[in-house]
Write a protein that binds this ligand. Sequence first.
Ligand code: URP
Ligand code: ZN
Ligand code: ZN
Length: 477
Amino acid sequence: MRRGSRMEDKGSLLIRGGTVVTATGRVPADVLVRSGRIDAVGPDLGVGEADVDRVIDASGCWVMPGGIDTHTHLAHPIGRLGVTTADDFYTGTVAGAFGGVTTIIDFGLQEQGGTLTDARDHRFGVIDPDAIIDFGFHLIVTDVNDGVLAEMGDLIRSGFPSFKVYMTYGDKKIGDDDLILLLEVAGEHGGLIYAHCENDCAVTHLIERHLAEGKTGPAYHATSRPPEVEAEATNRAIMLAELAGAPICIAHVTSSGAARHVADARARGVAVAAETCPQYLVLDSSVYDPGAGCEVAKFVCSPPMREHSHVDALWDALADGSIQQVSSDHAPFRYEGQKTGGCDNFTQIPNGLPGIETRLPIVFTEGVASGRLTPERFVELTATAPARLFGLTEKGRIEPGADADLIVVDPEREVEITADVLHSDVDYSPYEGMRLKGFPTWTISRGDVIIDNGVLTAERGRGRQVERIPIDPANLP
Ligand code: URP
Ligand code: ZN
Ligand code: ZN
């Protein structure tokens, strides 16, 4: 698999006059980039225009690590419904770059009866020709057997340390018996299980009951997956991880109950980390208004948005450290022709929302600009913690030697959201009409300026697979 080279000669870049914001502080400083890496950071580097290939004037701007989005579903097939997410690895990573993302970790799906190694090789072939930013991928384990358990150690040691599991979702679901086995093997070799937590029996039962009662419209998606099903499965996954002595990451926490289980487990020393996503921080269950008809399908994702008290609990959990990262769970489907396939039956609506491009701006606007989060916490949640959690050694920080993955953001510049100003291949945004700050003026990936004052300058396929190391449970964010 192709990887970035340290010695490549890519020229030099000076980002001058900005405020460098990292997870640990902010300081007026210049950043010097050479050969794709950060060379020096400081207030007076003694470097003039004649000494470098390019200077970016970052006066009035914040210079931050490029965003790392560890939960995207690009070109992701939903076999049950015969649809694929609307962004491929070109449109999806272009959208990410416009939103300040310089690394994604997507997913490679194990076929029933197939191996994880085949899933890895196939997925690399899909991503590599298209991605414009750097990438990794978690392997989704759907069929646990002796061969899979035997493969995991080598995969972990060769740069694939994280494995996604679904505790619900039809043929992708694995049971508790298999989850324990995966946790044990992952724990033994430095792997991390990344779990979608909903109680499958309860979800199946509630869906059947809704349909039997004629509650078939899109709005009923939410009441078929209430917060209790998430909290129960979250607690179960954490307890099984504790039993197995293995670390675990809880995907897309949406509810106060699930957040409380994570916080309690961390307080008793369990190696558990958790993420939430922007949709759960700025939308609530009022989007599921039965009077809005099929439009509600635009907001169908799993888990669904919750009542407003849960939104407040998630912001508290981000501020107090009990949730450690914000990812997008970017799973884009077009409204016309994809979401509308389930206007009369919510089980036929593909689950997921577009969000790779708006993730940083939403957390910036509703977190930093509104005073809920410090700028340093913003960087931690969107770049530094994701790098640490998923074993990305070269990313997520502004220090000499690190990859020069940077964003330059004018903190006052505001954009009104419509589908047209965004770059995903979808016909709506869940955030239409919101005014968001935090979009980058420049996005820099390994020293290349890939978004240059609003213009895309990256070539298709320039993205590279990222280096990833095994996970040390003692080092979780
Ligand atoms: O509704 C969602 N989140 N769809 C994407 C698949 C998943 O659950 O991660
Ligand atoms: Zn999920
Ligand atoms: Zn997902």
